[in-house]
Design a binder for this molecule. Structure first.
Ligand SMILES: [Ca+2]
Length: 304
């Protein structure tokens, strides 16, 4: 404003000079023109100065916001970093918790497995002990039964010997010619024999003889074998001879006595197809043959 007043005064001064100096009118007008320009220039300069100051003030004012524009970016980065760190910490804690749970679960399972193994071993030991005790008991029972059967068999043998002795005494008392055999039984020397006419298996023949108070014939020597021949000249008969079930290569008589005399046909016993476990006598040749026990034959019973 001071400058404007100075220019105004200077304008008034030039106006006075225009009144007082007529010959220099053009020059005065030029000065007035310049003076006006100067005023405009001054005003422009003044406005520029004012504008510059305003801009400086604005700049000063805006300087802080410029700084503030970078701060949110930094803050955002910082926030991202902090957030990432927090997430990492949370993730670490979660992994730690999961690991702890898994470890605890693994230890519990290991303990349970160890317990089950121990229990299994105990059960196995108890089972083996129980099986051993049962086996021992069964073996003891079998031995007792075998002993009892042996005793009964010895009693039967003794009874047969007594009957034979009594029969022989009776025959001797009758002069050796008296027939002491039951009807349909045939006396040969001092013994009674029954020659069946029906066909039966070996087992059926054995039961038949026992049922009729006799035994499927046991032939002890050649003289007895020879004495039977006239009665069996035709036909084939089961005799009380069978393979030993404990050793099929050996034979045993039905009364348990071993085979001390035999009259096998040539090439017999051949155990054809491993299935010939019973013995027959072939009447026309008076010799023995082995054959399957399920086949049917007549039989010879010997009375007590
Ligand atoms: Ca044969």
């Amino acid at each position: 404003m001071k400058n404007i007043q100075d220019h105004t005064r200077r304008k008034e001064k030039h106006s006075k000079r225009n009144v007082n100096s007529n010959g220099d009118e053009l020059v005065t007008e030029m000065d007035d023109t310049l003076t006006t320009n100067d005023i405009c220039t001054a005003e422009g300069v003044y406005m520029n100065v004012v504008k510059r100051k305003t801009e400086e003030k604005s700049f000063k004012k805006n300087k802080a916001p410029t700084t503030n524009e970078e701060s949110p970016s930094n803050i955002t980065k910082a926030r991202i970093i902090v957030t990432a760190l927090i997430l990492l910490i949370i993730l670490f804690l979660i992994l730690t918790i999961i690991t702890s749970i898994l470890l605890k679960y693994y230890l519990a399972m290991s303990e349970e497995m160890s317990h089950l193994r121990n229990h299994e071993n105990v059960l196995l030991k108890e089972g083996l002990s129980d099986v051993k005790n049962r086996t021992d008991d069964q073996q003891r029972m079998i031995l007792e039964e075998v002993e009892m059967i042996k005793k009964e068999f010895d009693d039967v043998k003794l009874f047969i010997q007594n009957i034979k002795a009594i029969n022989k005494t009776l025959v001797d008392m009758s002069g050796g010619t008296r027939n002491t055999c039951r009807p349909e039984w045939k006396q040969i020397r001092s013994d009674c024999y029954y020659f069946s006419t029906n066909l039966k298996t070996w087992e059926e023949s054995k039961e038949f003889c026992v049922k009729h108070n006799g035994i499927l014939i046991v032939i002890k020597d050649e003289s007895e074998m020879t004495s039977l021949w006239p009665s069996i000249s035709e036909g084939r008969y089961w005799i009380g001879l069978k393979r030993n079930p404990n050793n099929i290569n050996t034979w045993v008589w039905i009364d348990g006595s071993p085979l001390t005399y035999s009259a096998w046909n040539k090439g017999e016993p051949n155990n054809d197809r491993n299935n010939e476990h019973c013995a027959e006598v072939i009447g026309d040749i008076n010799l023995w043959n082995d054959l399957p026990c399920h086949l049917e034959r007549k039989c010879i019973c010997k009375g007590f």
